[in-house]
Design a protein around this ligand. Structure first.
Ligand code: GLV
Length: 329
């Protein structure tokens, strides 16, 4: 019998053709709700489930599941209880590397877009309120010469640093907030002498732009809460392209409304697709619908990697991008 794949949401080419070459493919027409997905995983009808960030693969679902693996169409995998998967011998795959630059581009877009008030300015033009050049129309902030603080210093943060240095920003970072881990000069590679590590508290207090690049874990949930927002500069801007729950979004709305910080550029939200009450009414925000990796080539590569991971898992081979190789130890 060939491999049997469940794909919870249609994915771009070449994902489905690759899977179809390797076995039987069931594609759900729309994202399943939790109960429906749990029942499908428990049915014994599928070897591997190809999931999206919206699919919650938690411990109870995994305990009932009769599958060999889960291939996530994303680099992040906070939607999956990896420990529970490992305990059940269920392999998890993800799609690292291919979306680094695209996501860093969105971080820069949010930095520039908030600094230069692009949403407000666009609205002004469309609403017929542009009456010609004015010395004090839509004044924003510079980015060159200002401090970019990176929370996290993995692939995406480094790609943001590379871009920000090109814009003449001063780049500081804190690799694993709220804790610390000394990053040696040797580990800095191309960034040696060009970026500086500082403790998390100092990062928060010094940043003109504080950009989040940490995975969502128990340690990083609400990393940016009311107390942290109070420590930020009054003219600082918060950028989040990581995961919504890293920020206490209700506290962020308060901080923005009270002028405790100057703005926020967000590609992710605490309870997607819902927004914290009041967030959408604030003019000093740029809000995007979780599009960090949303380019045609990147989504196609993600489809390819997630399909190849799924095929390997179904055939009992270690996938190229295994989150928990120990699951098969
Ligand atoms: C997107 O958010 C991803 O983790 O790939």
């Amino acid at each position: 019998m060939g491999s049997r794949f469940l794909v919870t949401t249609p994915i771009p080419d070449p994902g489905l053709p690759l899977l179809r070459q390797a076995g039987d493919v069931t594609v759900l027409p729309e994202p399943p709700d939790y109960e429906a997905l749990a029942a499908l995983c428990a049915s014994g009808d599928f070897d591997v489930v190809l999931t999206q960030l919206r699919d919650v693969i938690d411990a109870p679902l995994l305990a009932r599941a009769r599958i060999r693996g889960v291939s996530n169409f994303a680099v992040g995998y906070n939607n999956i209880d990896v420990d529970a998967a490992t305990a059940g011998g269920i392999m998890v795959g993800n799609t690292p590397g291919v979306l680094t630059d695209a996501t860093a581009d969105i971080a820069l877009l949010l930095i520039l877009g908030t600094a230069r008030r692009v949403v407000e300015a666009d609205r002004l033009v469309r609403e017929g309120r542009f009456h010609g050049w004015e010395p004090e129309l839509m004044l924003g902030h510079d980015v060159s010469g200002r401090v970019l603080g990176l929370a996290g210093f993995g692939r995406i943060a480094r790609a943001v640093a590379r871009r920000a240095l090109g814009f003449g920003m001063e780049v500081v970072f804190s690799p694993r907030p709220p804790g610390d881990r000394p990053v040696g000069e040797g580990e800095l590679g191309e960034f040696a002498g060009r970026v500086r590590q500082v403790p998390w508290e100092e990062l928060v207090e010094r940043s003109d732009f504080l950009s989040l690049h940490v995975p969502l874990t128990d340690q990083t949930r609400h990393l940016v809460d009311a107390a942290i927002l109070k420590r930020m500069k009054a003219d600082a801007i918060l950028i989040n392209t990581a995961r919504g729950p890293v920020v206490d979004e209700a506290a962020l709305v308060q901080a923005l409304a009270n002028g405790e910080i100057a703005g926020a550029g967000l590609d992710v939200f605490e309870d997607e697709p819902r927004l914290a009450p009041g967030l959408a009414d604030l003019p000093n925000t740029v809000l995007l619908p979780h599009v960090g990796s949303a380019t045609v080539p990147v989504r196609s590569e993600m489809a390819r990697l997630s399909a190849l991971n799924a095929i390997a898992i179904a055939e009992g081979r270690m996938p190229a991008h295994a989150v928990n190789p120990e699951a098969w130890a």
